[in-house]
Design a protein around this ligand. Structure first.
Ligand code: C5P
Length: 252
């Protein structure tokens, strides 16, 4: 199995992003480029980060009519990203067009298609905010509804919060890849994340990929922080449960 850590490069310029990426590339699975960095640094930063050999997750959360999203996905595929996000609330036709575009563009280029990940309900939204948009439902129910819709439309992966993993694993085919942010070790500060799990807990619950930002990029020693997350809690887990499998074994 590969290294599941994807470092969120939530930094305001390409220099900082590239310094971090060059330092961390041998120790993590990939890097997430979001709206902040992409808006200022553009496709060039994607190309430079790909040159480190690490995977790139382009998190621009496309949400538009099917034709426009399909073209944006084709552009991202040409940029050689390995993961990208779209909003599942854009509907079945949009999701289908996005997945098809990723597959067809990758085939033309002779490389594997990027994983088109569906974003369901933003974790910042509660039932009050959902109801303001006309949806009289609990966020957890809406997450399950949109996740199911996404997979039926052909998506092979979803972004979800750590506390949604168990419920989604019960209703989705096992091959669906789950990517989760909100990862914090037991003794770390949670920043503005309200619902967190440790790396080990998230993997055990069924996550495939862990998106981790501040605990790595804002640490005094980012490489050491990444390595500590990979080996996190092995000793305490072992002594608590007599657990034989180290987290490192699960990812190597
Ligand atoms: O710094 P931290 O580890 O909290 O960063 C988490 C990353 O995952 C950020 O890039 C954030 O935008 C993203 N994310 C999140 N919660 C979501 C979706 C994305 O924290 N529901």
């Amino acid at each position: 199995m590969q290294n599941p850590i994807i470092v969120a490069l939530d930094v305001p310029d390409a220099d900082r992003a590239l310094t971090l990426a060059r330092q961390l590339a041998p120790f993590v699975g990939g890097f997430k480029i979001g709206s902040e960095l992409f808006t200022i640094a553009g496709p060039e930063v994607v190309k430079h980060i790909r040159q480190t050999g690490a995977m790139v997750f382009l998190d621009l959360k496309f949400y538009d009519i099917p034709n426009t999203v399909a073209k944006a996905v084709a552009s991202a595929t040409r940029l050689d990203v390995q993961m990208l996000t779209i909003h599942t609330s854009g509907g079945s036709n949009m999701m289908c067009a996005a997945e098809q575009s990723a597959q067809e563009t990758a085939r033309e280029l002779g490389r594997p298609a990027p994983l088109v990940l569906g974003v369901t309900v933003l974790t910042s939204m509660d039932s009050q905010e959902l109801s303001e948009t006309g949806l009289q439902t609990e966020p957890a129910r809406q997450v399950e509804r949109l996740a199911t819709l996404g997979v039926r439309a052909g998506l092979r992966g979803l972004v979800c919060s750590p506390l949604e993993i168990v419920a989604l694993r019960k209703i989705l085919p096992p091959e669906v890849q789950l990517v989760t942010p909100g990862i914090r070790s037991a003794n770390a500060k949670s920043d503005d994340q309200k619902r967190t799990l440790s790396a080990r807990e998230a993997i055990e619950a069924g996550a495939n990929w862990l998106v981790i930002g501040r605990p790595i990029y804002a640490a005094p020693h980012p490489v050491r922080a990444a390595q500590e997350i990979l080996t996190s809690r092995i000793e305490s887990e072992r002594s608590k449960r007599g657990c034989p499998a180290a987290f490192e074994d699960m990812i190597s």
